[in-house]
Design a binder for this molecule. Structure first.
Ligand SMILES: [Ca+2]
Length: 367
């Protein structure tokens, strides 16, 4: 579906809200009108047609911190993105792959066809959320093959694919090293990582950020590859706290996806998520969410990301952001307010999830 279609769909949905107190026949007529025109928007889920979308592969260490799950949920709520697949990195990559595969399964519709590939396992990391998906299997879940998958997709669509990297850069570096031509075939890497003018705490000095510090060599390979990089460092992420009101808004949506987020949040076991990773998705969709600068950035052996003066820029880096605008953007997608309430909303969601009836809700998208 085109963006215009989404907008028209939302107009219909707002009309629908006004009619939600009407009789059953009236509801049925409105529902039939929407479905007949194929105008059901992202509000009811499903990966729609791929025309003019941003094709992406998400590379993630989902399962340790909670923000990866929130980032994947943003992708699953964003009609601008065509999700070709998910790859996992760091520690028990198979446990992470099960988590990602179960989350896309919960999103329903064509999302269930999104393949998930585990990368090479690394040194153990805590994955407290893993219990949610211990025994999960699906046709799209693969116990290995992340780097091969990335390379094949990049070969299949040279110059088209954006990699969203929200873990250490081990898989991305492996792709770049496995094929000298790979760098020229990747459109862009949108990554959460690094620290330019501040660290984790307010007013702190720059420090090695987790994703870079976990594999500085891989980060060096990525930052020196020549692939255009869109970078969400601590400067535009460390202040993004999802407060109690935001959590309540997400967890009371009662969709299968937001229910999954609630479970993962409680398994994670801390109070306030910092939404580091969702910014790497958000600024790709809406560059206006960050004030960016074009910079030459180099990675040192400790994992510092330093601006090098007098060299050509290799990175578009977010330097400042307005957390209020970010959360407005995030929550309107993952937990939309005022869109589709009550039983009719559930009917539409069920319809979208269980059978698209040929109205474009679950068209094949990528595969
Ligand atoms: Ca992450």
């Amino acid at each position: 579906m085109t963006l215009d279609g989404v907008i028209v769909g939302e107009i219909f949905i707002s009309l629908l809200e006004q009619e939600v107190n009407g009789g059953a026949m009236q509801k049925a007529l409105i529902l039939a009108g929407i479905l007949g025109l194929g105008l059901v928007s992202r509000a009811v889920g499903g990966q729609s047609s791929s025309q003019s979308k941003i094709p992406v592969i998400l590379d993630t260490d989902i399962g340790t911190d909670i923000d990866d799950a929130f980032a994947l949920a943003l992708i699953l709520s964003s009609p601008e993105i065509e999700l070709l697949g998910v790859t996992t990195v760091s520690g028990d990559t198979q446990a992470r792959a099960r988590l990602a595969a179960k989350l896309v399964w919960e999103a329903g519709g064509a999302w269930r066809k999104v393949p998930v590939y585990a990368g090479e396992p690394g040194p153990p990391q805590p994955i407290d959320q893993g219990r949610w998906a211990t025994a999960f299997t699906s046709p799209g879940l693969h116990a290995n093959g992340a780097v091969d998958f990335l390379r094949k997709e990049i070969d299949r669509r040279p110059g088209a694919i954006t990699i969203i990297a929200i873990g250490e850069l081990t898989n991305v570096a492996a792709v770049l090293q496995s094929d000298p031509s790979a760098a020229s075939k990747i459109k862009r890497i949108s990554l959460m990582g690094g620290s330019i003018a501040r660290g984790y705490a307010p007013d702190s000095k720059p420090e090695p950020e987790w994703n870079v510090k976990s594999n500085p060599r891989a980060a060096q390979i990525v930052f020196s590859s020549g692939v255009p990089i869109l970078m969400a460092p601590l400067d535009v992420t460390a202040m993004l706290q999802l407060d109690a009101a935001g959590r309540r808004r997400v967890f009371t949506q009662l969709t299968p996806m937001t229910n999954a987020l609630a479970i993962l949040y409680y398994l994670w076991g801390k109070e306030t998520p910092t939404m580091f990773d969702p910014m790497a998705v958000a600024m790709l969709i809406d560059p206006g969410l960050c004030q960016t600068e074009e910079r030459a950035i180099a990675v040192d052996g400790q994992g510092f990301t330093r601006v090098v003066e007098g060299k050509p820029a290799n990175v578009t880096v977010g330097m400042r952001t307005d957390p209020g605008k970010f959360f407005e953007f995030y929550l309107e997608r993952v937990a939309p307010s005022g869109v589709l309430k009550g039983e009719l909303a559930q009917s539409l969601r069920n319809f979208a999830r269980d059978g698209d009836g040929g109205v474009g809700l679950g068209s094949s998208g990528s595969r």
